[in-house]
Design a protein around this ligand. Structure first.
Ligand code: AMP
Length: 272
């Protein structure tokens, strides 16, 4: 990969890069399409990164439909698929990590200690290998996108970061590789998360400024509609610092993580 990147850069060809963990869906493909529009050469990576999974998380059962992923990327005219092994990325003796200090101490980072350290480390490595002019991420993983922007800024990485909107199923559920874990009943109930976020953003648009009232409405709606759901968090947060807000005085992100059975679903909406 590095040699190819070197040649492309020498020929003044821009590389657009879409890092993924595979099990691709329209959300991922929207990023590939955007990269295709804006670059000479498009690289996607598939790497289920072990350092971003906690010990009790789903690393070993994470879906890996490789042939199907490859076919989807070919259809989108992705030029190169980079799919390194864990040994290649983390050879014996590996000991260097990239740590963004404060931003992981909010939202998903609180219940996934070490997760974002794994993400920033692997993304930094992938950027050094692929050397993209622009890298494409989804707003679906809002905290991740903020943390990556911060890493790029703080470490002067020569990459432009583009964050693209959440792609949803017809019923509003944010597309995710993990949706395939849901039982039929859970899948039927899951759009409530998006409905609750929409209710929260509507409250802001119609004048509500007390974040606790908004959080309570979102929580109550989920609890009432899906009594078996386990809410990890619902937060009205500052879109840059990710800190929980008491009052809405400018743009905010309403973000949530909810377990339906064993599956942890995340979603968010930005209210400007
Ligand atoms: P993942 O394979 O889950 O690591 O995701 C790879 C990239 O695709 C990340 O930048 C995600 O934010 C993005 N992504 C995942 N789901 C969606 C979605 N529904 N809409 C837009 N982007 C997404």
């Amino acid at each position: 990969m590095s040699v190819l990147s070197e040649q492309l850069i020498r020929k003044k060809k821009t590389i657009g890069f879409v890092p993924t963990m595979g099990a691709l869906h329209e959300g991922h493909l929207s990023l590939v399409r955007q990269a295709r529009k804006e670059n000479h050469f498009v690289v996607a990576s598939i790497f289920v990164n072990p350092t971003q999974f906690g010990p009790a998380e789903d690393l070993s059962r994470y879906p890996r439909p490789f042939e199907n992923d490859k076919a989807l990327l070919e259809k989108e005219k992705c030029d190169f698929l980079f799919y390194p092994s864990a040994r290649h990325m983390y050879p014996e003796g590996f000991e260097t990590y990239v740590d963004v200090e404060e931003l992981p101490d909010h939202l998903c980072g609180l219940s996934r200690p070490g997760h974002f350290r794994g993400v920033t480390t692997v993304v930094a490595k992938l950027f050094n290998i692929v050397r993209p002019a622009t890298a494409y991420f989804g707003q679906k993983d809002y905290q991740q996108s903020v943390i990556i922007r911060k890493m790029v800024q703080d470490l002067n990485m020569p990459v432009q970061v583009r964050v693209m909107p959440v792609v949803r199923e017809k019923d509003g559920l944010a597309m995710s590789s993990r949706n395939r874990y849901l039982s039929e009943k859970e899948r039927k109930d899951a759009p409530v998360l998006w409905q609750a976020l929409t209710a929260g953003s509507d409250m802001i648009r119609t004048g509500e400024r007390d974040a606790s009232v908004i959080v309570k409405t979102v929580r109550d709606m989920i609890r009432t509609e899906i009594p078996y759901a386990k809410i990890d968090y619902v937060s009205v947060a500052d879109p840059e610092t990710l800190e929980d807000l008491k009052a809405v005085t400018g743009g905010v992100v309403i973000a949530l993580a909810v377990y339906l059975g064993k599956t942890r679903l995340i979603d968010n909406v930005i209210v400007r």
